[in-house]
Design a protein around this ligand. Structure first.
Ligand SMILES: [Zn+2]
Length: 255
């Protein structure tokens, strides 16, 4: 992400924790090229149309995250009809994989004093009898970047910072849960994804006069292996990010 000035960089690219500034994991990872994003911008009508889709998708994603937070905390919840299918998919997933908070946390701010970075973990919980980091995505796929992000979180959590109540030694697993909702054509089976007000049709028969079903939620779980390799790659990305932002970081006395 490009920052127009120092003030913007300080507030968007990092968190101030106990008087010390830590760069955000998501900002660091933005240094990595994203070919899918290039294609998305290329296919959009223009830059502001692409931005509008991105913003709407982000709002939808936030709504889904908030609903999940309420579900896991057993709080009263009125689900926005717009995201109901995805929330239903989450409930199905949680039941099948025995998701339990069990001493874990939601939207937990974590940081690494050793490597100097910080982030917010979506869910720390038990899944299929293993305890670990669960990151929830509403993207159209599970991208490699998520390996770096979750490795950073797990790496920080394995440090000595006293994370209240988190059973550190058992923290080994990383999962990505992707939640989505789509319509399907009752005639040809094509799939239609409406994320951010941008309808995208995949598969089926092009000449079909599609008759669309209601939106149906779907979930996809991926367990990530090779933590050491992912964490090493994250630290390498971080080094490049530091190089890119050297001038701002010098002003922050970061080095
Ligand atoms: Zn059709």
């Amino acid at each position: 992400m490009e920052h127009r000035n120092f003030e913007e960089f300080v507030s968007y690219a990092g968190y101030l924790i106990n008087g010390k500034w830590y760069p955000r994991v998501t900002s660091i990872i933005s240094i990595k090229a994203k070919p899918a994003l290039l294609r998305f911008y290329g296919e959009a009508k223009n830059y502001s149309a692409a931005q509008s889709i991105t913003d709407k998708s982000a709002t939808q994603g936030t709504k889904i995250h908030n609903a999940i937070e309420a579900i896991l905390k057993n709080e009263a919840l009125t689900v926005d009809p717009e995201i109901k299918p995805a929330v239903q998919a989450f409930n199905d997933f949680a039941q099948l994989h025995k998701l339990r908070l069990d001493g874990g946390a939601i939207e937990k701010r974590i940081w690494s004093p050793k490597h100097c970075f910080a982030g917010t973990v979506d869910v720390l919980a038990e899944l299929d009898d293993e305890f670990g980091v669960l990151d929830i995505k509403t993207s159209s796929g599970i991208w490699r970047d998520y390996n770096l992000q979750t490795a950073a979180y797990l790496g920080a959590l394995q440090e000595d910072e006293p994370w209240e109540g988190i059973p550190k030694k058992e923290l080994k697993s990383r999962w990505i849960l992707r939640l989505d909702q789509q319509q399907s054509c009752l005639i040809c089976g094509a799939k239609k994804r409406n994320k951010g007000g941008n309808a995208k049709i995949r598969g089926g028969i092009q000449s079909c006069f599609h008759e669309w079903s209601d939106e149906v939620g779907e979930w996809e779980l991926k367990k990530l292996d090779n933590f050491e390799s992912d964490f090493e790659a994250f630290l390498a990305a971080k080094r490049l990010w530091e190089w890119e932002n050297e001038n701002y970081l010098k002003q922050l006395n970061y080095f």
